[in-house]
Design a protein around this ligand. Structure first.
Ligand code: GAR
Length: 213
């Protein structure tokens, strides 16, 4: 399975996928890293791993359709058949998401469907939740929505700052994103009625993943 990873910044989740593919945990190859920002730190991570990169600057396009068409063409040209969104901070068009239905996943630093969108750590703290975490899910046209593949939970502590909570969640992100991609690459994931089923797993690698009924 040849995967394209879309990023906009730091690329720490990209790194966890690079590492998982490199050490054989994930039976997939990252064939392309796409960034909409020329200065994204993640591009350096890709270079260091010898992975081809493409910068597709959204500012160079007048419409979302034009931007997404180039994303689509570039991804296919690289021979990639699957997309991982890893901190890609652009909203994709409905058409693009439909074209990649069940072949595109995203990671979000909250326990979806709670707190989609930006500033989710601050909103979790303000809401007074005791538990937050991260979610890997298939993408649907609505923002940060779609069938859930893996979630990891962390406590929200009484004096948490946004940064402290974000760091605790990021640690979980780096564990669940490689796990989700591994399960997909192993062919163990199916989506039925918008619910993800995982073959032979109620607990995998210490995480609870949509236990079977
Ligand atoms: C991660 O925390 C990711 O979950 C979040 O952006 C960060 C990117 O960090 N994504 C979203 O908020 C998507 N709605 P990274 O560049 O170090 O992987």
């Amino acid at each position: 399975m040849k995967v394209a990873v879309f990023i906009s910044g730091r690329g720490s989740n990209l790194q966890s996928l690079i590492d998982g593919c490199a050490d054989g945990t994930i039976p997939a190859e990252i064939g392309l890293v796409v960034s909409n920002r020329p200065d994204a730190q993640g591009l350096t991570r890709a270079d260091q791993a010898g992975i081809p990169t493409a910068v597709i600057d959204h500012k160079a396009y007048t419409t979302r359709d034009d931007f997404d068409a180039v994303l689509d063409r570039t991804t296919r040209k690289a021979g990639c058949t699957f997309i991982c969104l890893a901190g890609f901070m652009r909203i994709l068009t409905e058409q693009f998401v439909r074209n990649w239905r069940d072949r595109m996943i995203n990671i979000h630093p909250a326990l979806l469907p709670a707190f989609p969108g930006i500033n989710c750590h601050a909103r979790a703290i303000e809401a007074g939740v005791r538990i937050s975490g991260a979610t890997v899910h298939f993408s649907r046209p609505e923002l940060d929505a779609g069938p859930i593949i893996v979630q990891g939970a962390v406590p929200v502590l009484p004096d948490d700052t946004e940064d402290a909570l974000a760091a605790r969640i990021l640690d979980v992100e780096h564990r669940i994103y490689p796990l989700a991609l591994k399960l997909i690459a192993q062919g163990r994931i199916t989506v039925r009625n918008e619910i993800v089923r995982i073959d032979d797993a109620e607990f995998v690698d210490g995480f609870m993943i949509n236990p079977l009924p």
